[in-house]
Ligand binder design. Sequence first.
Ligand SMILES: [Zn+2]
Length: 408
Amino acid sequence: MSIVITNIGELVTNSQADGGGSAPGGLAPAGGAAQRSAGQGFSAIENAALVMEDGSVAWTGPANKAPAADSQVDASGRAVLPGFVDSHAHLVFAGERGAEFAARMAGRPYSAGGIRSTVAATRAASDAELAANLGRLAAELAAQGTTTFECKSGYGLTIADEARSVALAAEVTPEVTYLGAHVVPAEFESDPEGYLDLVTGPMLAACAPHSRWVDVFCEQGAFGADAARAVLAAGQSAGLAGRVHANQLGPGPGVQVAVECGAASADHCTYLSDADVDALAASRTVATLLPGVEFSTRHPYPDARRLLSAGATVAIATDCNPGSCFTTSMPFCIALAVREMRMTTQEAVWAATAGGARALHREDIGHLRVGARADLVLLDAPSHAYLAYRPGVPQVAAVWRDGQLITG
Ligand SMILES: [Zn+2]
């Protein structure tokens, strides 16, 4: 069964596997940085067509050269993009914290008890309640064009609650992350070493069968450098590749630990030293920026331009969670990245597609080269730029995942 989408105004392919792309239409990349940093690997074809067959992209090129297919979709001049890849989300939880958000916007300080209130609600919830909330959020992601998402545990913090969190996550995504090292739970307040032993021992053993990744919140008040190294090393010996919550709330060792341990991604990257930027630029560790968090907490945004100019690979993700950022919208995060972090529209779209794929070590998604998984979004707009140009407006007309129409 093959499908051809014809009359595509702009087909974003991200066709250069390793960056080096230039802006579409032959325009020179903005800024004085190297080409890779200006557009990352963004590329697009105008007046294009795409054929998908058996769940993969089979052909892309000019619309007037498109081969025949079993069925045809007329894009009517609209844009087609790779499906968004949300490489950072916390979706297994119960309860909500709308009042805490409202209080924060009214000027009251962020309450450190926030995560713990979600932990209490999550522990008290049934599997069915957690699965229903997870399913609702997964449907929101799909409706907004996200075709792959990562999902972390981290609101259970007991062996049983973390194990069921990763098992529930594995029902909705292959990109499951074990985040027992989210915070030290209240019952271990006087024994953080004991909690670390749990996280790197029996809790890891219970979670590893359902997980692909291990993550640690490396931050003052959470886990320090040595503890983070221990979590990543234990995860790696159980077959899990690493990711790190790094340098979100202040300067710290998170980025250096991530690079040193070969983590796929250092996430947040809000407070970076020159050495941190250099380390990211010289490594395969992706700098994943989460601008929805800064929006929702009124913290300063990370400096995307500094990372891009240095040659680091930048991804954008939602960090969807009930406390610091409760959005599932990659289009919203793209708009923030463009407006608030001064990324070009091309850079931001690349970061939300190919960048996320890079952060998940996935080569089959995030681009629309021949052979890619047929994960794509038809926008109700003529170009990718509309994602930032028309913020807050629903523009996802249709979504295919694995060649199947899931929305539209
Ligand atoms: Zn997070």
